[in-house]
Design a protein around this ligand. Structure first.
Ligand code: 2AM
Length: 472
């Protein structure tokens, strides 16, 4: 009976495709789903003729597995994971390995790994990116948890992960919830990438008057250069797809209300918690929230009507400038995500190697991009880099792009086209570049009304002023 190398619990598409990926790489897989009908259907269809065995109960699943058992949970994040663990534990023994491959919140993973390790089980939390296709053909894998569990699974994970230049997109991301943390930040960066590309589309369309076919060709051309990435590639493709009903570009028929599942919001909340600025990622989350207020937008649009923009247009725009603006804004957005990881690494003791994080994001996942090769190199050359934009080659790239970037945003403002993420990135860059920010006034105001005290630029110590008494 004990013939299977791993068990997979949860046969929604991600679970099914991972099971197929693992089997294709030479492992025998046992599968289980709460609703047994789904297991039967999977075995009869996608998994027929494969080294995949079904179990109708968790007891059966446990009995099918070689010891120590290895069980990958692919169930809905949240309570379902706790329920599955509780139901499964009576059938496991000390030393067995449990892996959560869902999109769990990292604090849940921290809690579960502590609880399970205390009972003698080995726990791994593993972020998985790449969507359905990635799960089947090779995802980016972000595991963390018990080091012995990682060692026991390393071969399997390397086999099923995406490969870039012969390297598997998987690395050990420390103890506890580090893997799910990295996945959370990956999703925050993904939000920002998508928003930046969407704003760029708006500028190509409303700013420069390009049609869908021209936009498709523009993104396809950009995909040959520094912006080369999965999201730019699929964007070029999307603009080439016609609506079967009307023949018009399908994307133009889609309701402009963006949904979110929460991982982008988690990144925002976490950054606020740690006090790390990620304005581009925040703008992307808020842009989705704004898009969802469609009824209000329609009312405001009706109320204001067309505004006269005479005299407001200050900068001409061209496609090449837009390409540079998108690139520069993207660099700043990745810099923000990396800064958040750097701080979390310190605060939570994850000890992330940021060059490794960049390396495993180069393939399989949604944010895979040529840029990540350069980010990897930057952190290899200087693992303690305070901020990505300080790397000499990124410094040069931003210096080269900044005029085009400013022109782009000036044009957008002049035309009344919202570019919250492109401009948040520029404000981030300009803020970091500012030797002196106006925060001195904020400190004065805080001291004025709340006696919060301040420090001086020319003397050591803490100061408080009776501002009203000192009025001249
Ligand atoms: P189901 O097919 O029985 O609904 C994604 O929703 C996957 O998580 C599905 O395989 C689903 O099983 C599983 N899932 C969701 N909640 C669960 C729970 N409380 N216990 C076990 N599996 C669950």
């Amino acid at each position: 009976m004990e013939t299977c190398d791993i068990g997979v619990i949860g046969l929604a598409v991600m679970g099914q495709n991972l099971a197929l990926n693992i089997e294709r790489n030479g492992y025998r897989v046992a599968v289980y789903n709460r609703t047994a009908e789904r297991t039967r259907q999977f075995l009869a269809e996608q998994a027929s003729q494969k080294q995949i065995v079904g179990a109708e109960t968790l007891a059966e699943l446990a009995a099918l597995l070689k010891r120590p058992r290895r069980v990958l949970m692919m169930v809905k994040a949240g309570n379902a994971v706790d329920q599955v663990i509780a139901e499964l534990l009576p059938h496991l023994e000390r030393g067995d390995i449990l892996i959560d491959g869902g999109n769990s919140f990292y604090q849940d993973t921290e809690r579960r790994s502590k609880e399970l390790e205390a009972q003698g089980f080995l726990y791994l939390g593993m972020g998985i990116s790449g969507g359905e296709e990635g799960a089947l053909k090779g995802p980016s894998l972000m595991p963390s948890g018990h080091p012995a569990a990682y060692q026991a699974l390393e071969g399997l994970l390397q086999a099923i992960a995406a490969k870039v230049d012969g390297e598997a997109c998987v690395t050990y991301l420390g103890r506890g919830g580090g893997g799910h943390y990295v996945k959370m930040v990956h999703n925050g960066i993904e939000y920002a990438d998508m928003q930046l590309i969407a704003e760029t589309y708006d500028l190509l369309h409303r700013g420069l008057g390009l049609n869908a076919e021209q936009i498709s060709r523009t993104f396809a051309a950009w995909n040959q250069e520094a912006l080369n990435s999965y999201l730019i590639e699929i964007t070029a493709h999307i603009f080439g797809v016609a609506d079967p009903q009307s023949g018009a570009p399908l994307v133009e028929k889609i309701l402009d209300v963006a949904e979110q599942k929460g991982t982008g919001k988690w990144t925002s909340e976490e950054a606020l918690e740690l006090g790390i600025p990620i304005p581009t990622l925040q703008a992307a989350v808020e842009a989705r929230a704004l898009s969802a207020q469609r009824a209000t937008r329609l009312e405001v649009a009706r109320t204001f009507g067309e505004l006269s923009l005479a005299g407001a247009e200050t900068a001409p725009l061209n496609v090449a400038a837009l390409e540079q603006a998108l690139y520069a804004a993207k660099v700043c957005s990745y810099a923000q995500g990396m800064s958040l990881l750097r701080q979390a690494s310190k605060v939570y003791g994850y000890d992330f190697d940021l060059s490794e994080v960049a390396r495993i994001w180069r393939g399989g996942c949604i944010i895979r991009a040529r840029l990540l090769n350069d980010i990897r190199r930057a952190y290899q050359e200087n693992p303690t880099l305070t901020n990505l934009i300080l790397d000499p080659s990124f410094r040069q790239a931003l210096t080269n792009a900044q005029t085009a970037w400013r022109q782009t945003i000036q044009h957008a403002i002049g035309k009344g086209i919202p570019v919250p993420a492109l401009s948040a990135s520029l404000a981030y860059f300009d803020s970091l570049r500012s030797e002196r920010l106006p925060a001195n006034l904020i400190q004065a105001q805080r001291d004025y009304f709340g006696a919060h005290t301040y420090q001086r630029i020319d003397q050591e110590g803490t100061f408080h002023t009776h501002w009203q008494a000192n009025q001249s």
